[in-house]
Design a protein around this ligand. Sequence first.
Ligand code: ADP
Ligand code: MG
Length: 239
Amino acid sequence: MTNSIEVKDLTLNFGSVSVLKNMNLNVAEGEFVVLLGPSGCGKSTLLNCLAGLLEITDGQIFIKGKNVTWAEPSERGIGMVFQSYALYPQMTVRGNLSFGLKNAGVARDEIERRVARAAEILQIGPLLDRKPAALSGGQRQRVAIGRALVRDVDVFLFDEPLSNLDAKLRSELRVEIKRLHAQLKNTMVYVTHDQIEALTLADRIAVMRGGIIQQLAAPQEIYNRPANLFVAGFIGSPS
Ligand code: ADP
Ligand code: MG
């Protein structure tokens, strides 16, 4: 199977502090990998390195076989969804979905086609003319996912997209994200500190601590055969 993402000996220092330590990670095409670990272990930092939002200290990043270590974010063929919705409040949902495409010079009918497709997949068609303030938290997060969808990329990076939502919405959107992945078969790197989310969504889970992947394996494997006490304790105690 081809790798969609390859991280080779990645190190990221903030000043004298090493946040990611000589990390290696391969994500297969269409695979759903969850980065799971406590707050501060480097999950967002790793995602931001993949997205090109942080300059890495050492190592290499390949996306779909291409060395993107020094590529601009827009050249990496990835869509990112953040924890905070980061929608433009003055624009309608349609405006939020089309804005990046307009800037990238995508033709108008192509923008319309992609917005309509994303709206259908995410079931937000009836919301297209509303502004973010008129949406619920769950609806806003769907729009945020929609902004990644319209980019027509097949590698998605999600950074704790559900952590601002209440428990009921969280479990609803979890199902939604799983359905989306089954439908699109896109490559996913999904960050969470929520064990349940990791166990239900992942093909493989990378359990992180202190900038180091402690174990990378299928949920069952991690659950049944944790590599060390930290993994056992972290998986065994939902927060
Ligand atoms: P996580 O997403 O797993 O909660 P982060 O990747 O946000 O963790 O942070 C990992 C570590 O890097 C933390 O100790 C954090 O304080 C530190 N850190 C994150 N961003 C910066 C920055 N811009 N400058 C310095 N330190 C940072
Ligand atoms: Mg984070």
